[in-house]
Design a protein. Structure first.
Length: 115
């Protein structure tokens, strides 16, 4: 499975970005889909995970109410809409999928939030 993430960039504090991830296989073939991020000098952390069968997303506490996960089956793409961005959201963001107990990762996309 190949994952292509895009949509990162430089944004001012309080701004918004929408990240996209287009997998090489149908999004309905996955068990779990998610977005993760890694800031400089820090470990990779989960941002949002989506259960495909359940149709529900869970979010890290520090992004709840600001970030939202969505899917577009017709475009076979998943999104992470990020609102009210903060400098501490600066990181490389990765999309990931789980399929039959295997995890796949895309290349990251840089998000930089200036104060």
């Amino acid at each position: 499975v190949q994952l292509q993430a895009s949509g990162g960039g430089l944004v001012q504090e309080g701004g918004s970005l929408r990240l996209s991830c287009a997998p090489s296989e149908s999004i309905f073939s996955f068990d779990v889909m998610g977005w993760y991020r890694q800031a400089p000098g820090k470990q990779r952390e989960v941002v949002a995970v989506f259960s495909v069968s359940g149709g529900t997303a869970d979010y890290a506490d520090d992004v709840k109410g600001r970030f939202s996960f969505s899917t577009d089956g017709a475009k076979n793409t998943v999104y992470l809409k990020m609102n009210r961005l903060k400098p501490e959201d600066t990181a490389v963001y990765y999309c990931s999928v789980q399929q039959r107990r295997r995890y796949y990762w895309g290349q990251g996309t840089q998000v930089t939030v200036s104060s």
